[in-house]
Design a protein around this ligand. Structure first.
Ligand SMILES: *Cc1c(COP(=O)(O)O)cnc(C)c1O
Length: 405
């Protein structure tokens, strides 16, 4: 077989469909985020699509903790968690995370992706005859974990508790059940009916597994996520989160009972057979979690910026998906125009927003996913909205009916 020709042809078909991914090569400068240098673009840009939602990736407390750990302990952990890689920093971070979610224990993984893949994969494969009830819009990492488990899977309509109940009712009463879902869904920014799902879990004796990746650090009095905000943390069996988004570093985790965490620790290949995170990363993440438990300024300013961007988009009639979260999806609805707007924002205005096309979102709903942060200034917001207004006119895209003047 001509392997190179095969790769070439596969890539070409992505390109033909407008789905070929091009990366912006960025260099962030300490203290200057959301501004950065785009090395394969126009130079200085303002980033409007980062998942460093609160700018914690450059927070002085986080950097100080990382510098300190690096200088005290060196670069890597030096092993898997089992073979010399469990450092004091890892244990402290797990305690911090268990406390954040009001759980007995927490378990770290090298990323949020790995935590979902490993935890769901292990639970669903090891619990005899387990069936996983998975929300239709769950993240790829959850889908892959469930697939890897080879357990029975039942997909329920996105955020639809009536459909979930119908599917639960159809299953044998005694069969072990695991309901897997997210709190904030990252592409539409909508939020799951967590309480209603927990009620069903109680009624049908199911475990609940909640991905709070787009909510930890951002919601709840101490940044514990939507489940904390709604007073539901104790009703969730497993809360999963990332240290790479609002916490600004990298890594993933689950928080649950001591026995469940010990079970995953003991049986999960994706936890066992990989080098532990560097201690500096664990120390930085712990500093970030700790800071956001005690400081509400970042969350409040974040929500204020989100409201500001939404209000200004409304004022010029730019359609965006209405949702209760911090994610502002501006739907363009055409892959070519979406890419054109993104390219032009970058080249002409120094504004970086990656276009989100199929297969990440359904065809016809191609969008710009705007993520305001507390480190965007009001001037940044003004520049963004005025650039979008220019391009909306240039591309002859529809506007929402404007409010009466
Ligand atoms: C990003 C993401 C993950 C993976 O987290 P990482 O720490 O980036 O690997 C898991 N779940 C959801 C819903 C995500 O958006």
């Amino acid at each position: 077989m001509d392997f190179e020709a095969f790769f070439e042809q596969q890539l070409q078909s992505l390109k033909n469909d407008g789905n070929y991914r091009e990366f912006a090569e960025l260099e962030r400068h300490r203290g200057a985020f959301p501004n950065a240098t785009c090395h394969n673009g126009p130079g200085e840009v303002t980033i409007w699509c980062s998942n460093d939602y609160l700018g914690m990736g450059q927070h002085p407390a986080v950097l100080a903790a990382m510098h300190d750990a690096l200088d005290r302990t060196g670069a890597g952990a030096g092993g898997t968690r089992n073979i010399s890689g469990t450092t004091h920093a890892h244990v402290l971070l797990e305690k911090e995370l268990a406390d954040l979610h009001g759980k007995e224990a927490a378990l770290l993984f090298t990323s949020g992706y790995v935590s979902n893949w490993a935890a769901l994969g292990t639970l669903a494969s090891k619990i005899p005859n387990c069936v996983v009830l998975s929300d239709a819009l769950n993240h790829a990492s959850m889908i892959e974990g469930i697939r890897h488990s080879r357990a029975q899977k039942v997909i329920w309509k996105h955020n639809d508790v009536a459909d979930l109940e119908a599917k639960l009712r159809a299953l044998p009463k005694e069969q072990p059940k695991l309901i897997a879902f997210e709190s904030v869904y990252s592409m539409d920014g909508d939020i799951a009916p967590i309480k209603e799902i927990c009620d069903l879990a109680d009624k049908y004796g199911a475990m609940t597994y909640l991905d709070e990746v787009h909510a930890v650090g951002l919601y709840g009095h101490r940044g514990g996520g939507i489940a904390e905000e709604r007073g539901l943390m104790d009703r969730i069996t497993v809360i999963e989160g990332t240290l790479g988004k609002a916490f600004g570093v990298v890594g993933g985790y689950i928080a649950a009972s001591s026995k469940l965490c010990d079970f995953i620790r003991s049986f999960s290949s994706g936890f066992i057979f990989t080098t532990a995170l560097p201690p500096s990363v664990a120390a930085g993440a712990a500093a970030s979690v700790k800071h956001l438990k005690n400081s509400r300024t970042e969350r409040e300013t974040h929500q204020a910026r989100v409201a500001e961007v939404r209000a200004r988009l409304d004022a010029i009639g730019l359609p965006h998906i209405d949702n209760p979260s911090h994610i502002i999806p501006v739907v363009v609805g055409d892959p070519g125009k979406c890419k054109f707007i993104s390219d032009t924002l970058l080249k002409r205005y120094g504004i970086y927003i990656q276009p989100i096309n199929y297969p990440t979102v359904p065809k016809g709903t191609e969008r710009l996913r705007i993520t305001p942060s507390p480190v965007h200034s009001i001037e940044d917001v003004e520049r963004l909205v005025s650039a979008l207004e220019d391009l909306w006119t240039q591309c002859e895209l529809a506007r929402a009916p404007m409010a009466a003047q």
